[in-house]
Design a binder for this molecule. Structure first.
Ligand SMILES: [Zn+2]
Length: 103
């Protein structure tokens, strides 16, 4: 049985996909100042990072391109998480992070 199938059965079974699978971010466009909310689905949007031996998930990475409505500036966000999906590092190009509750 492949690791993908195993993971699928762990993460895919029975969950309603409610709010615990979502992460909220808000970014502000550097060019026009528009604040854009970004909703991230933990299950579908996070890439798994494997350790040196390739068989163990050591963390997760989010890569997302965000485009607002007001201008064509593309904002790239990269967020790193540990294996418990706690955020460890974040990086952004083309804009800045703002607290989601101010968006
Ligand atoms: Zn913009």
């Amino acid at each position: 049985m492949s690791i993908w199938k195993r993971l699928g059965s762990i993460f895919g079974g029975g969950s309603t996909g409610g709010d615990d699978s979502a992460l909220q971010y808000a970014v502000k466009c550097r060019r026009c100042g528009e604040v854009i909310r970004v909703r991230v689905n933990r299950r579908y949007d996070l890439d798994q990072d494997f350790g040196d031996y390739g068989d163990q998930v050591v963390g997760y990475t989010l890569h997302k391109e965000v485009l607002g409505n007001r201008c064509p500036q593309l904002i790239n966000i990269i967020v790193h998480y540990d294996r418990s999906q706690r955020e460890t590092e974040r990086d952004i190009e083309g804009g800045e992070f703002v607290p989601p509750d101010q968006a």
